[in-house]
Design a protein around this ligand. Structure first.
Ligand SMILES: [Zn+2]
Length: 346
């Protein structure tokens, strides 16, 4: 009875692999290999007998150089398979899956030709399948668009509430957490995976801090803004109602007044003790006269009033109007430094 070709092929692959792994100049490792081969059924064909007999001879004589188990050439080395055959077998075994696929396609085609009727039936089934797949795809697309629209709406809502940078931060933080879960689940933890967790995490932290820097924006940006914009940065509950305004007056923060009739910011006062990252038109509390006037020299600012006390007892106040803005800026100096800054409607 002829041997199964597949068994021989599989044994040749085993031999080629052993050829690479085992040191055939070392009698000990050959002996170990023989023990293993006796215990477990690695071989499926008659090649086993030939292979074991080569191993046996290798163990008995250090000078023995076997002929290749495949091409029968004596190539001068101690391995049971010559380098050429080893290479051929390994290359073939790598492309075996492709061969299998190709062979399957050839067989299918043969079958189709043999029976045209079956072929036509198959074709009909195939067409029906394709049509139903297309129909399904149409449904899926509608579903997908629906889901996307939902997500988009949700994201826009979040941006409205917590701001763009924080929304981005939350999204990226989510990515970092997801990668973290993958990291803890996976068995072989790599540096690459750690980076996949850390990089988004750092980005998220940076985005959150941009949100904070934004919070201490230059107050000119809030002047005339709608109250909804203000409440993104300043807690709505801390605004106290006055007759014509609601006013935010919190220690260390700028004083912000929103006019009830317009719902817009109509006065901002930045005084001493305000956080150092708060500015007005680029001027900070405590800046020197020189530094402040360097900003105010710009022809966007037109000096309309100034009260300077020559005795130096009272504060000096300079009032500017701004080109293109219906606001007034009052800069008050206490001696040599900016003491307070006031923005008000013209
Ligand atoms: Zn060979």
């Amino acid at each position: 009875m002829p041997e199964d070709r597949n068994n021989i092929k599989s044994d040749l692959i085993t031999i080629a692999k052993l050829n690479k792994q085992i040191d055939f100049n070392n009698v000990d490792s050959i002996r170990k290999l023989m023990l293993v081969l006796n215990k477990k059924e690695y071989f499926k064909s008659s090649l086993k007998t030939k292979y074991i007999s080569i191993l046996d001879k290798l163990c008995k004589s250090d000078d023995y150089t076997p002929e290749c188990i495949v091409c029968k050439k004596t190539y001068g080395g101690r391995k049971p398979l010559c380098p050429d055959c080893e290479k051929t077998i390994i290359t073939k075994s790598l492309s075996q899956s492709e061969n299998y696929a190709a062979q399957k396609v050839v067989n299918d085609k043969k079958n189709e030709k043999c029976n045209k009727q079956t072929f036509n039936e198959q074709k009909n089934i195939k067409d029906n399948k394709e049509q139903s797949i297309e129909r399904n795809a149409g449904g899926d697309n509608k579903k997908r668009i629906g889901i996307l629209a939902g997500i988009l709406f949700f994201v826009v809502a979040i941006i409205k509430v917590i701001g763009l940078w924080k929304t981005l931060g939350v999204g990226i933080l989510g990515l970092s957490i997801y990668q973290g879960i993958l990291y803890f689940k996976s068995e072989d933890k790599t540096k690459r995976q750690v980076l996949k967790v850390l990089i988004p995490l750092i980005c998220a932290i940076m985005l959150f801090s941009i949100g904070k820097v934004n919070r201490s924006m230059d107050m000119i940006d809030l002047m005339g803004a709608d109250e909804e914009v203000v409440y993104k940065y300043y807690d709505k509950d801390l605004f106290k109602s006055r007759i014509n305004n609601v006013v935010y007056n919190v220690e260390g923060e700028p004083l912000i007044s929103i006019k009830n009739s317009t719902g817009k910011v109509d006065l901002i006062y930045v005084g001493e003790n305000v956080k150092s990252n708060v500015s007005v038109c680029g001027i900070h509390i405590g800046d020197s006269r020189e530094k402040a006037f360097k900003v105010l020299e710009d022809d966007r600012y037109i000096l309309v009033d100034s009260s300077v006390d020559p005795s130096g007892v009272l504060n000096d106040v300079y009032t500017y109007i701004m080109k293109g803005n219906p606001y007034k800026l009052m800069v008050t100096f206490d001696g040599q430094n900016v003491w307070c800054l006031t923005l008000m409607s013209n």
